[in-house]
Design a protein around this ligand. Structure first.
Ligand SMILES: [Zn+2]
Length: 238
């Protein structure tokens, strides 16, 4: 990441955090008799920093989900950390893979958590699923290089990114691919494609997202790697 990119990325994170911190105020019920401080009703004379503008940052870096809801159909038995309001408790928007690579946990522009990592119908579900009934963007979870971009009947339109230190991420069932192709460098938050339902069988629209570690092998490629549960990885420091 160049100095300029780093600056913009850090700026995006900061602005995203600022916008997040404002979100509850923006959504507060107007009937509330509590004083809600917004740029529109700030008392005159108060030394308040102006609201941040988002015009100077790459929108893709603000696209990750910062909070996560479980889809209504998600079995609580397989996602025990979901509260009664369907919010995923202690959701970690960024995690550390292999102790070194900072990854976004939910690199999608929208959707809900529809399937956890782990055994499903007697087979290991090697990733997590995010479901959306409408097409939403899918972003690179971290900077890296596109290692594989292909169609498979089991994974549909599938893209694998290598992040270094033996860490990879896989994005499956994409409706379409965006710009990055094999060998291209991507930044954290770059658009990879649109969430879809491509596969050799009928499935709902969702992103199947895998975090993989290990060594890429000539014939097996990404299928020689070991899947990890992104939700179980440690939270990354800001
Ligand atoms: Zn899946």
């Amino acid at each position: 990441m160049s100095g300029t990119e780093k600056f913009f990325f850090l700026g995006a994170v900061t602005l995203a955090a600022l916008m997040m911190s404002q979100a509850p105020q923006d959504s507060a019920a107007p009937a509330s008799n509590m004083a809600v401080i917004t740029p529109d009703n700030t008392p005159a004379g108060d030394d308040i920093t102006p609201a941040p503008t988002i015009l100077t940052i790459s929108p893709s870096n603000t696209g990750y989900l910062d909070r996560l809801s479980a889809c209504p159909g998600l079995s609580t038995a397989r996602a025990a950390d979901v509260g009664p309001d369907l919010q995923v408790v202690d959701f970690k928007p960024f995690v550390l893979a292999a102790g070194t690579v900072r990854l976004a946990s939910a690199p999608v522009g929208g959707g809900c958590f529809s399937s956890a990592f782990g055994m499903r119908n007697g087979r290991l579900h090697k990733g997590v699923d995010y479901y959306s009934d409408s097409p939403v963007p899918v972003y690179s979870a971290a900077a890296g290089r596109v290692r594989s971009r292909s169609y498979r009947s089991d994974y549909g339109n599938m893209l694998v990114i290598e992040h270094g230190n033996g860490v990879y991420t896989r994005y499956a069932h994409l409706e379409s691919f965006a710009g990055p192709d094999v060998g291209d460098l991507v930044s954290s938050g770059d658009l990879l494609g649109i969430m879809g339902n491509t596969a050799g069988y009928t499935i709902p629209r969702h992103l199947h997202f895998e975090v993989l570690t290990g060594t890429w092998k000539p014939r097996l490629g990404s299928f020689a790697l070991t899947p990890a549960d992104v939700m179980a990885l440690p939270a990354a420091e800001d």
